[in-house]
Design a protein around this ligand. Structure first.
Ligand code: NCD
Length: 323
């Protein structure tokens, strides 16, 4: 695990960068959720824009594929009236051998104010934050298997909207925990927000060693693990990050760890079903559950916009006195 220092907070404890949930506190997470509420109201209106970041330039640096995250970061920046540029790294000079820092230096020379970074290496956003000019904010849009903090915040926003509070909730995170930066961020966020219990449910091969140290209860059996659960978070099998030794096969995996309509009945009545996407239908989740009444998967996507607006306006607020 990477040591994250307090680089993301300034001396007043305000957000300067948004790199990980680890290292933040309950007050800050609540401030993000409350700020996102006001932007969610705006998203529901006919004119969805606010001039909050007018004149600011945001660069999306996506070194790894993304659909939802990239699109909602772009829309969030546009709705804050910022100028936004998305760099296609596969066709940029980085693929010609330019170093990451050289790419950053060149973009800095274009007077940018914020980098939104997705990278296959854990710690990449943190590294850029350490090396970039002090007035520039860095937002982590997913770094390797480390963290995906805006995804966790939009998940917390979705949970709060549906369940109203955190303290009485039992949450199960199910599936490929080993490769999941989302799970790591969620565990930190749920802990800070004070849920009753966090369970992780997975085959042994898909659990990182020492996961118990994060204060979660480990289950290797889905039927037992789903009992008394209020919030079910399914994770995608990250096949691109594994070799065949991790699993027997997908059909077998669904039989043991897939969320079917039948299994969903084991959880508490009205349990909400979440998934950060992209979903593998019939692998970790049955179509009828993904599209069913208890699923909030598309709400999660919608809430990505107000939550990312909240994070971007808060990090800019600290550096440039906006607001
Ligand atoms: C996740 C990611 O990229 O970490 N997706 C997302 O951002 N919505 C999870 C995944 O890829 O399974």
């Amino acid at each position: 695990m990477i040591a994250i220092d307090n680089l993301q907070l300034n001396a007043q404890g305000q957000l300067q960068h948004f790199l990980s949930i680890e290292g933040l506190n309950r007050e800050l997470l609540t401030e993000i959720l409350d700020t996102a509420e006001s932007f969610a109201d705006l998203s529901a209106q006919n004119i969805k824009k606010t001039p909050l970041l007018r004149g600011k330039t945001i660069v999306n640096l996506f070194f790894e594929n993304s659909t939802r995250t990239r699109a909602t970061f772009e829309l969030a920046a546009a709705r804050l009236s910022a100028d936004v540029m998305s760099m296609n790294i596969a066709t940029s000079a980085t693929s010609k051998g330019e170093s990451l820092l050289d790419t950053i230096r060149n973009l800095e020379a274009m007077q940018v104010d914020m980098f939104v970074v997705r990278h296959a290496l854990s710690g990449a956003a943190h590294f850029i934050a350490q090396h970039t000019a002090p007035h520039i904010s860095v937002v982590n849009a997913g770094d390797g298997q480390h963290e995906h903090p805006t995804q966790a915040m939009l998940d917390m926003f979705t949970i709060r909207r549906v369940k109203k509070q955190f303290s009485n909730l039992r949450v199960a995170i199910i599936g490929d925990i080993l490769h999941s930066r989302v799970a790591r961020s969620q565990i930190h966020a749920l802990t800070l927000l004070g849920v009753e219990e966090i369970r992780v449910i997975a085959p042994k091969t898909l659990l990182p060693t020492g996961i118990e140290d994060l204060g979660v209860n480990v289950f290797y059996d889905l039927q037992t693990g789903l009992k008394d659960i209020d919030v079910i978070i399914m994770l995608r099998l990250q096949k691109e990050r594994m070799n065949s030794a991790f699993l027997p096969n997908e059909r077998e995996y669904f039989k043991c760890f897939g969320l079917s309509a039948e299994r969903l009945k084991i959880a508490n009545k009205g349990a909400m079903v979440m998934h950060p996407g992209p979903i593998n239908r019939g692998v970790e989740i049955a179509s009828e559950v993904a599209d069913g009444e208890q699923s909030v998967i598309l709400q999660q996507v919608s809430y990505g916009i107000p939550v990312r607006m909240a994070v971007m306006s808060m990090v800019m607020n600290h550096t440039n006195g906006v607001g």
